[in-house]
Design a protein around this ligand. Sequence first.
Ligand SMILES: NC(=O)c1ccc[n+]([C@@H]2O[C@H](COP(=O)([O-])OP(=O)(O)OC[C@H]3O[C@@H](n4cnc5c(N)ncnc54)[C@H](O)[C@@H]3O)[C@@H](O)[C@H]2O)c1
Ligand SMILES: O=C(O)C[C@H](O)C(=O)O
Length: 306
Amino acid sequence: MKVTVVGAGAVGASCAEYIAIKDFADEIVIVDIKEGFAEGKAMDLMQTASLNGFDSTITGTTNDYSKTAGSDVAVITSGIPRKPGMTREELIGINAGIVKTVSENLIKYSPNVILIVVSNPMDTMAYLAHKATGLPKNRIIGMGGALDSARFKYRLAEALDCPQSDISAMVIGGHSDTGMVPLIEKAVRNSVPVSEFLSAEKMAEVVEATKVGGATLTKLLGTSAWYAPGAAVSELVRAIALDSKKMFPCSALLEGEYGLSDISLGVPCVLGKNGIEKIVEIELSAAEKAKMMESAEGVKAVNALL
Ligand SMILES: NC(=O)c1ccc[n+]([C@@H]2O[C@H](COP(=O)([O-])OP(=O)(O)OC[C@H]3O[C@@H](n4cnc5c(N)ncnc54)[C@H](O)[C@@H]3O)[C@@H](O)[C@H]2O)c1
Ligand SMILES: O=C(O)C[C@H](O)C(=O)O
């Protein structure tokens, strides 16, 4: 499998590193516009091969998309991250143009590629990629919910004082500080609803902490997070590479699913060799449906700025 990662910055390099270490890709190509930056990151990562025990080959290129030709999957992390106090949506003015051009460049050399959009505001950037490329809807995946769900599990395990491996939980909706929908009613600790262990107040605290998980880290780090985002992307790529049929919440183009259309929004997706193999329509409570509709309105308002 050949994987391209556009953007050799914090998230792109982390994503490339995790993909290499998990060793399911034959070739990883990193692209950046900063002269020599992708080449340097690739060489540094390749010098970990004997230490981390992987055989994937990693190369870098400064904006030469011919080196990405024939990619099976391409991850778009190019663009600026937010600073403390900003929203993800405020990045649209700079990132929209970058994501559009990068998407067009990628499909020129890899017409059969599956795109994974990471750059923020992610749901809108994924929607933009659909408009810019015209790729089939199964071949554009927005990564946000997989990361948000990991943060949800982290917060639930913290509240329950238990290993994260005991938790199954999912976040759907928009990848935004206000629009995320952590499905707390459906979260379980080893098949037992978390409501058996946590008060309503504590569950509300966990939901709120999950929603601002990105902003919390941006405040601590001075820029947005990269380890968990990179790891989340690597898991989506692995599901495609191994045709695993694992289900992740991903931003997918909706055409009537969940009563929504003309929007890319976080919903449960089965991932495999074809990208999104299936959008899974789960039963939502009235409260969950209301939050999902509100989330969709927020994303559509940002889409309107394109
Ligand atoms: N969807 C998510 O869950 C999620 C998680 C983390 C970060 N993000 C987003 O990912 C993006 C990258 O974050 P980061 O922390 O890696 O930023 P970063 O600044 O560390 O890296 C971005 C890289 O993109 C490069 N770049 C800019 N324009 C480019 C272009 N036209 N072609 C190729 N490369 C280009 C820059 O040179 C830089 O190296 C941001 O928009 C951030 O908000 C999204
Ligand atoms: O929070 C950010 O700006 C980056 C990313 O969307 C995240 O959730 O870590």
